[in-house]
Design a protein around this ligand. Sequence first.
Ligand code: PBG
Length: 332
Amino acid sequence: MVASMFPTVRPRRLRRTASIRSLVRETTLAPSDLILPLFFADFLTEAKPVASMPGVDQLPVSAAAEQARQAAKLGLGGVILFGLPKVKDARGEAACDPNGPVPRAVAAMKDAAPDLVVITDTCVDEYTDHGHCGILKKDARGEMVVDNDATLDVLARSAVAQAKAGADIVAPSDMMDGRVGAIRRALDDESMSDIAILSYSVKYASAFYGPFRDAADCAPQFGDRAGYQMDPGNGREALRELELDIAEGADMVMVKPALPYLDVLWRVRQATTLPVGAYNFSGEYAMIKAAAAAGMIDEKRATMEALTSIRRAGADFILTYHAPDVARWLGA
Ligand code: PBG
């Protein structure tokens, strides 16, 4: 059947020149599709490079205004902020401090670039001394586990502190059941019904988060996150998480990681009309940087191809540490 169409049909006709290829290209990348993650630390006075993520720094809060102006100038879709507090405790209370690094950085950024979309990551792992994404308790067998329901309160109070500082969107990344609803109710109770929730609806327990845990200083001090993040073998379960978050009031949803889970991203895209994001996370970034530094791949082409693939799989926007480089490559 297909064989008989040749020589009449020749797909190569549309690949002949760069301008024809550009005319028929299905997926494009623009700076406005990209969200840059930034790490603000309370205790720094100057930028401190993250060893495993070349080009990424932990930043002092005093750098926030300049970062906002740069992101706006590059035309980025937005930024997402993570915080490193001076003091950590078992419950992650520093995540709710209105004078913590994230609320202060948010306020400075909105002041410097009012139109820049500022998103805050809502989770306690950077704020707990044990590095888990919630408050701990002993289960019936005496094992330490994350107490889902007790964690909802600290998450909701953290989201409120972030929104009061001026965040446009809060993004819970903890994977506790019921957190989207708890955050929605807390924001509404504080008359912030116009603040949107971007849920990390589908977040896997990935081996590739290592570099982020250096950047955000949040490696779990014991065990792992498999008791709350998703099992890499599961695809249908992603649709169940999606359904629940939508029912609880999520305005936008996200899949994370991106590249090893493009099939999941595609399924989520088919299953919802909400905006869908993907997190091209630390391990994906570190691998491209390391391979490029070793002379194994062309950094620019590999990065553009990886991000285009994430868009093709269904992402409306991508959280990526490559955002400033890509914006410059695109001529911003
Ligand atoms: C949790 C959180 C993590 C990332 C985003 N939010 C870390 C984790 O789940 O261990 C990872 C981001 C990345 O790897 O780039 N606050």
